[in-house]
Design a protein around this ligand. Structure first.
Ligand code: ADP
Ligand code: MG
Length: 661
């Protein structure tokens, strides 16, 4: 990491100024970032009283030489930045040289550190910014920093702290999420006698998610895998610092930048009331960023209600030059050089993965009842997202993980319990389920078969969670003439007939709209609609879009319009309601929305009105058609308003419910 020096004034002046240490979690964040910058493979964090009484961070990183340890407490002393040009390409988490002096000035701090280059270590004690002691000490490699009595000498700041559990939750959330970004490292967080998080090195991010949140949350998530997109840099936007490097390149080989996205996001049915479960890292740095939040919500557009948020862990990587980290004192805000490119990359990648993976919601008895997440991951609260939301304190009870929202009260009340199943004929025809008559192939399969027969565990297909399975479902009938029950290769499916049809029509209308040929149907008699002054304004604004969506309308006297033709999908009886609904969209939340959003919402309205309703009997052929056509849609997961379409009850769960495994 190099030696520590004090930044020259012209560099120090360019660094975003502001308060570094606001609360115990900011102390933990700064110290943890230092440990990660120091190349540690293991970090232990101990706190007491939510970090007010004690924060201790022990790492096995490079440690500090004695002279450096003393210098580290000077303002703007850092080993991570040399000159102004370095500010354009920060690859470390820290660079301001402000954390240690700031923390030391508001606490009683003990630093113990030893660099591999020295045979003895250094112990330095500081209280309220005053050096009390500096001595040689026999120490192991790495660094241990103990911060006691935070804000003991600044009572005004102490008053702004929240309750101990809240401060602790901030810390737990922070450490948990840093641990997700570094699966190859050990993290250990304790609060007094309680262990909140303990994770040991694993190879993949997926294994780390499993360690931290448990398998049940993992089931709700879609893994992105590593996705890349290249940006061709137009010569004019190359920063000055790149000019030299660029001049060495072939003229016909314009410089490119590669952006990489990795991580996890939840299937559309996991709907959170706030953004507390969204974590975005850029080059290993936990940030809050409206642009990327927006990219994420747009990916879920027409798959999730506007007011709901997903769970997401996004890890973005790009050249350090692409992101300016020097815009905020706590380094959690950044500025992108090519913001709209990153925005579209994130939105498209998540959308594509959603369409590829088609995650199906499943009924699993007790699925939500026993989270096996580590305690630290279950503590509510996230400092970063809270700062975006500026939510009232009452929001803190929302758990940062899973726990899908209660079902929409507007839906007919309906519940499927395992005990209700015996009446149904289940399809267990998958060949693997046969009980082999001969001796079992291996000793571990020697299990007693009782009179009821038993399924060898390997005979049960792995949970098939993808909605691609929809294409070979066999409809068995309807419940309440509203929900189609179907048997599949892996278990039982329940499909909401209205929203299924709505999704089919929505995509159909969107495609016709994009191709500029929405099927229209001329009305025998024009329909005359009376508008309010407000609706008249909205009508004028969206008249072209209406026309392109298949509505032929024209002004007809004072605040009246004549509808001469309508999309073929909409029946005459529904026409008036569809049109007023569309005007309502235009007037409501979407007044400032983009044309694309307006278009999607118009198509959603048409689809909703035209779709088969609930409480409608369907014959087998119609049900088969519906399932087959749904399987062909891009997003069979949820309807354009965000309701789930199909639920899956996996064979494994059915077998469990009948005590067959
Ligand atoms: P910054 O991280 O912005 O450089 P800090 O005030 O956080 O500033 O730390 C000052 C310097 O102290 C760092 O640049 C680094 O060289 C050194 N340092 C701090 N913590 C550690 C640590 N855990 N291990 C090794 N060096 C450290
Ligand atoms: Mg630092």
């Amino acid at each position: 990491m190099g030696r520590i020096r004090i930044l020259p004034d012209q560099v120090a002046n360019k660094i975003a100024a502001g308060e570094v240490v606001e609360r115990p979690a900011s102390v933990v964040k700064e110290l943890l970032e230092n440990s990660l910058d120091a190349g540690s493979s293991s970090v232990r964090i101990e706190v007491e009283s939510g970090g007010r009484r004690l924060i201790r961070i022990v790492d096995d990183g490079c440690g500090m030489l004695r002279d450096d340890a003393l210098l580290a407490f000077e303002r703007h002393a850092t080993s991570k930045l040399r000159d102004v040009k370095d500010l354009l390409s920060i690859a470390t988490l820290g660079f301001r040289g402000e954390a240690l002096p700031s923390i030391a000035s508001v606490s009683r701090l003990l630093l113990e550190t030893r660099s591999a280059e020295e045979t003895t270590g250094t112990r330095i004690e500081i209280a309220g910014g005053k050096m009390l002691r500096c001595e040689e000490a026999a120490l192991g490699g790495g660094t241990c920093i103990t911060v006691r009595d935070l804000f003991y000498n600044v009572p005004a700041r102490r008053k702004f702290l929240r309750t101990e559990p809240t401060e602790l939750a901030h810390i737990a959330s922070l450490v948990t999420h840093y641990s997700l970004a570094h699966p190859e490292k050990t993290f250990h967080l304790t609060s007094g006698p309680n262990e909140l998080l303990h994770v040991t090195p694993v190879e993949t991010m997926k294994e780390r998610v499993y360690q931290v949140f448990g398998s049940q949350i993992l089931d709700d998530l879609v893994e992105i895998g590593t996705r890349e997109r290249e940006l061709l840099l137009p010569p004019a936007s190359v920063p000055a610092s790149q000019a030299i490097a660029e001049s060495r390149q072939e003229p016909d080989d314009p410089p490119t930048r590669t952006f990489r996205l990795n991580g996890f996001f939840s299937r559309p049915q996991v709907q959170k009331a706030n953004r507390n479960s969204i974590y975005i890292f850029i080059n290993g740095r936990l940030i809050r960023d409206r642009l990327l939040m927006h990219a994420l919500s747009s990916a879920y557009h027409n798959l999730m209600p506007h007011s709901a948020y997903p769970f997401a862990l996004l890890f973005l990587e790009c050249d350090a030059e692409e992101v300016d980290v020097n815009v905020h004192p706590s380094k959690t805000e950044v500025r992108f050089r090519h913001g709209s490119f990153i925005h579209d990359f994130v939105r498209d990648t998540i959308r594509e993965r959603l369409m590829e993976s088609r995650p199906a919601p499943s009924f699993s008895p007790g699925h939500r009842s026993a989270p096996v997440a580590q305690p630290g991951a279950q503590l509510p609260y996230s400092e970063f997202s809270q700062m975006i939301e500026n939510q009232p304190a009452g929001e803190f009870t929302d758990l940062p993980v899973a726990a899908a929202k209660a079902p929409d009260p507007a839906l007919p009340e309906f519940a499927l319990r395992p005990t209700a199943l015996p009446a149904l004929r289940l399809d267990f025809t998958a060949p693997a389920i046969e009980v082999a008559p001969g001796p079992p192939p291996s000793g571990k399969l020697m299990r007693h078969l009782d009179a009821h027969g038993e399924f060898p565990p390997e005979a049960i297909p792995p949970p098939e969670m993808s909605l691609s399975a929809l294409s070979d479902l066999r409809p068995l009938g309807q419940i309440h003439e509203s929900f189609i029950i179907a048997a599949g290769r892996d278990g039982l499916w329940i499909i909401d007939q209205h929203v299924a049809h709505e999704r089919i029509l929505f995509e159909q209308v969107m495609k016709q709209r994009a191709a500029g040929r929405v099927e229209m149907q001329r009305l025998l008699m024009p329909m005359i609609l009376q508008l309010t002054p407000e609706q008249q304004i909205d009508y004028a604004r969206i008249a072209d879009e209406l026309h392109a969506s298949g509505f032929e309308t024209e002004p007809f006297g004072n605040r009246t319009i004549a509808v001469k033709a309508a999309p073929a999908a909409v029946g005459a009886a529904d026409l008036e309601r569809v049109l007023f609904e569309i005007l309502e969209i235009a007037e409501g939340e979407l007044r400032g929305a983009s044309l694309d959003e307006l278009r999607r919402n118009i198509c959603a309205s048409i689809a909703c009105r035209a779709a088969i309703k609930i409480n409608m009997r369907l014959d087998t052929a119609k049900m088969e058609w519906l399932l087959r056509t749904l399987a062909l849609t891009d997003c069979p997961m949820s309807c354009p308003h965000g309701r789930p379409i199909a639920m899956h009850y996996p064979t494994r769960e059915i077998l469990k419910a009948f005590h067959r495994i």
